[in-house]
Ligand binder design. Structure first.
Ligand code: A3P
Length: 307
C-alpha cells in the first residue's frame, strides 16, 4: 500500500505477513534457535485478541498447585512477566536458559508468530497450542487504541479512518488478521488434540465453562474437590479485568519487548465485548463483517462469530 500512515512506514511484509523489523528479527531467531519440547505449551494470538488475559489464565491454571491466591505471583508480576513471548525471550540467551530451567519440565510460551512461520519443532514436537481469537471489529478498535498510545509523540495524528483502511488491506502488526486466524484454524482442524481454538467472547460469557475446557486441554483438569472449593471461580476472578487492572504492577510497570518498552496499563484498556460500537461507523462495521464473512467462508468460524 502507498499510504503513508505510521504503521506502514514501520511495518514490512515478510512471508506475506506484516511485521516491525524487530519482530522479523525475533521470528528468524526463533526459527533458527528455538527447540520446542513435547511438554511445552504455547499461547498463540493475533495482537489485541486477549493475549494478556490468557497469559494470566494459563499461568494460573498450570501453576495452581504451587501458589495460593493470597500470595500469587500475578499480584506482583504482569502476565507478560509470567509467560514470555518466545520471539522476545529468545533474543537473550541467558534469560531464555534461565526461563527454561525455572519452568522445566513444562514451559509456557506466548507468540504472535503466524502458524506458517512457527519453527518446525513446534509442529514436530507435538506440543500443545491454545489459539485465542476475538471479533474482528473489537480487535481492530483495540489495535488502533494501542497504536495511538505507543506511537512516538512527535508523529502526526493517526486517525481511525487511516488505520481502518490499512487494517482492511491486511496491514497491521502480524496482519492480515484473517490469514493469521485461518492458518491456525486449519491446523486445529487437522490436529484438534494439539490446537485448541478458544474465543475471547466465550471466556467473557462463561468463564467457568471455558476455564474447565482450557484446564483439561492443558492436562490440568480441575478435580471435583477443586470445583467444590471454588478454585475455578478464584482463577476467573484473579485474572479478570477488574482484578488485573487494579494492580499496581499493571498500572505503573512496563514490559520490554525486544527493543520496545511498553507500559503495562496499555494492555488493559476496557476489556469489553462490543466496544467497537463506540468507535466504528455502521459502514465500517459492515465492511469488516463482510471481509470476515468472505475470508472465513466455508469454515465453522462463521457460525462462531455471527450467530
Ligand atoms: P481492549 O482494548 O478492547 O480493552 P492483548 O493482550 O492481546 O494485547 O489484548 C489486549 C486487549 O485485551 C485489550 O482490549 C485489553 O483491555 C483486553 N484485556 C486484557 N486483559 C483482560 C482481561 N483480564 N479481561 C478481559 N479483557 C482483557
Amino acid at each position: 500500500p502507498k499510504e503513508n500512515g505510521w504503521m506502514v512506514k514501520h511495518l514490512y511484509q515478510y512471508e506475506s505477513f506484516w511485521f516491525s523489523p524487530a519482530a522479523i528479527r525475533g521470528i528468524k531467531r526463533v526459527q533458527e534457535c528455538f527447540n520446542a519440547q513435547p511438554t511445552d505449551f504455547f499461547l498463540a494470538t493475533f495482537p489485541k485478541a486477549g493475549t494478556t488475559w490468557f497469559k494470566a489464565l494459563i499461568f494460573s491454571i498450570t501453576n495452581r498447585a504451587r501458589f495460593d491466591f493470597s500470595s500469587h505471583p500475578l499480584l506482583a508480576k504482569s502476565p507478560h512477566d509470567c509467560i514470555p513471548f518466545v520471539e522476545s525471550i529468545i533474543q537473550d540467551e541467558t534469560s531464555y536458559r534461565d526461563y527454561q530451567i525455572s519452568c522445566s519440565p513444562c514451559c509456557l510460551f506466548a507468540t504472535h508468530i503466524p502458524y506458517s512461520l512457527l519453527p518446525a519443532s513446534v509442529v514436530s514436537s507435538g506440543c500443545k497450542i491454545v489459539y485465542v481469537f476475538r471479533d474482528t471489529k473489537d480487535v481492530f478498535v483495540s489495535t488502533w487504541h494501542y497504536m495511538i498510545k505507543i506511537r512516538p509523540k512527535e508523529l502526526p495524528s493517526f486517525p481511525i479512518e487511516d488505520a481502518f483502511d490499512l487494517f482492511c488491506k491486511g496491514v497491521s502488526h502480524c496482519g492480515p488478521f484473517w490469514d493469521h486466524v485461518l492458518d491456525y484454524w486449519k491446523a486445529s482442524m487437522e490436529n484438534p488434540n494439539k490446537i485448541l481454538f478458544i474465543m475471547y467472547e466465550d471466556m467473557k460469557k462463561d468463564p467457568i465453562l471455558c476455564l474447565t475446557k482450557l484446564a483439561k486441554f492443558l492436562d490440568r483438569p480441575f478435580t471435583l474437590e477443586e470445583e467444590r472449593e471454588g478454585a475455578v471461580q478464584e482463577i476467573a476472578r484473579l485474572c479478570g479485568f477488574e482484578s488485573l487492572s487494579s494492580l499496581k504492577v499493571n498500572q505503573t510497570g512496563v514490559m520490554h519487548f525486544n527493543s520496545i518498552v511498553v507500559e503495562n496499563r496499555h494492555f488493559l484498556r476496557k476489556g469489553q465485548v462490543g466496544d467497537w460500537k463506540n468507535h466504528l461507523t455502521l459502514e465500517m462495521a459492515q465492511l469488516l463483517d463482510e471481509i470476515t464473512r468472505q475470508k472465513f467462508a466455508g469454515t465453522s468460524l462463521i457460525e462462531t462469530l455471527f450467530v
